[in-house]
Structure formats: structure tokens, C-alpha cells
Design a protein around this ligand. Structure first.
Ligand code: SF4
Length: 206
């Protein structure tokens, strides 16, 4: 298996393994050179969960806000990144550790994003038509899969839709590890955390 060393320069490459909630935030960040507060929090903690160091996180965000001066970044954004890593502020409990990456459960129950916000789980926050368009943008055109996704989200089984997409996009690799008995059944359990999605995808493809 390949070694996973996330740094400020390889997030674009790693983003092929991101679940839709995070690939949507990543492409929004690339398109707008900005993300709103809750999007930064959700995405930043996910990247932290990948193992991105505080130094690399600061570099990643500084470069991603490419239209911003250093002064503005230092004044308005640097502190929040450090805070999420527990480098500054917070109670004694969080000092040195900061905040934990959000689970699907959390993302699926928080308040819906407002206009211009992009956080949350797209399987829940997007209308079915926009969701299908978003999936098609990521290269998923299989009619059966898209039909299944529509049925899942119609029944509010959002994480099942996400797992359906994972199973489809990793079909070959999953068959291989099953056929060769390389992975136990529990290693292929339903995904309930964006960081699990990433890790499983990365391991299957490397
Ligand atoms: Fe992200 Fe979980 Fe929603 Fe999948 S089900 S898009 S991992 S929040």
C-alpha cells in the first residue's frame, strides 16, 4: 500500500478519494479562492483527520485564499486554523488537541447551509436533481447508480446513497480484496465517517 503523507501541496491529488461532502468543499474552495466559516471548519477538520499538520494546514489555507493579502489572512483566518488544532484558545480539555473531525451523523443533523454556504452532506442538502448533476460532474453517469441514489435520498437514507456511490466507484478493488480474502467483512462495513471514506478509498486504490 502507498504511504499517505498529506501536505500543503498534494491535497488536489488526494481529493480523488474524498467523499462528496469534502470534494464539493474542495472544488468550491478552488473555484472561489474562499470558503465560508462552517465550510472551513468542516473541511479543515477533515484534512486534520487525514493527518495534515498544523504547519501544512496554515500553508494550505494561505495559498488557497489566493486573492487575499498576507495581512488579511493573518488577521482573520490564521487564528481559527490554529484554534481547530488546539494550538491556541479553547478550554483545557481541547488544548493541544483541538477539535475532532465531524462524523456523517453530525453532518446529517446540523442546520442546513444558507445561501452561499457549502457545508453539510450534499446527499441531504442538495435537491435530487442538483445532487445527480453534482455526481455526474465527478464522473458518475451510471443510470442504475443514479436511480438508486434518488431512491435512497427520497427515503432520507443519505449515507446509504453515499455508500452506494463508494461501492460503485471502487467496485473492482472491493471485488479483489473480497475474492482474495485480504479484507475482513468489518473492514467493508457501511461508512459512517468522511475520514473512513477517504481512508478506505485510499487503501483500496493503492
Ligand atoms: Fe460525507 Fe457522510 Fe454525507 Fe458521505 S454520507 S457525503 S461521507 S457526510
Amino acid at each position: 500500500p502507498g504511504n499517505l503523507h498529506p501536505n500543503a501541496s498534494n491535497i488536489d491529488a488526494l481529493s480523488q478519494h474524498f467523499p462528496l461532502c469534502m470534494s464539493h468543499l474542495h472544488s468550491t474552495l478552488r473555484a472561489n479562492a474562499h470558503l465560508k466559516h462552517f465550510g472551513r471548519l468542516q473541511y479543515g477538520l477533515f484534512l486534520k483527520g487525514l493527518g495534515l499538520s498544523l504547519e501544512d494546514a496554515l500553508l494550505f489555507w494561505r495559498r488557497s485564499f489566493r486573492n487575499m493579502t498576507d495581512e488579511k489572512f493573518d488577521k482573520e483566518y490564521r487564528y481559527n486554523v490554529r484554534h481547530s488544532y488546539g494550538d491556541v484558545g479553547g478550554d483545557a480539555n481541547r488544548r493541544g488537541r483541538g477539535y475532532t473531525p465531524y462524523s456523517c451523523q453530525k453532518l446529517l443533523t446540523e442546520a442546513l447551509p444558507g445561501t452561499g454556504q457549502n457545508h453539510g452532506c450534499p446527499y441531504r442538502t442538495f435537491s435530487p436533481d442538483n445532487l445527480v448533476a453534482l455526481l455526474q460532474n465527478t464522473g458518475i453517469s451510471d443510470r442504475e447508480v443514479l436511480k438508486g441514489v434518488r431512491e435512497d435520498v427520497g427515503k432520507q437514507r443519505y449515507h446509504i446513497a453515499c455508500n452506494r456511490v463508494f461501492d460503485f466507484t471502487h467496485k473492482k478493488e472491493i471485488k479483489k480484496v473480497k475474492d482474495e480474502g485480504l479484507w475482513s467483512a468489518s473492514e467493508l462495513d457501511t461508512i459512517l465517517h468522511p475520514n473512513t471514506y477517504f481512508k478506505r478509498s485510499f487503501m483500496l486504490k493503492h
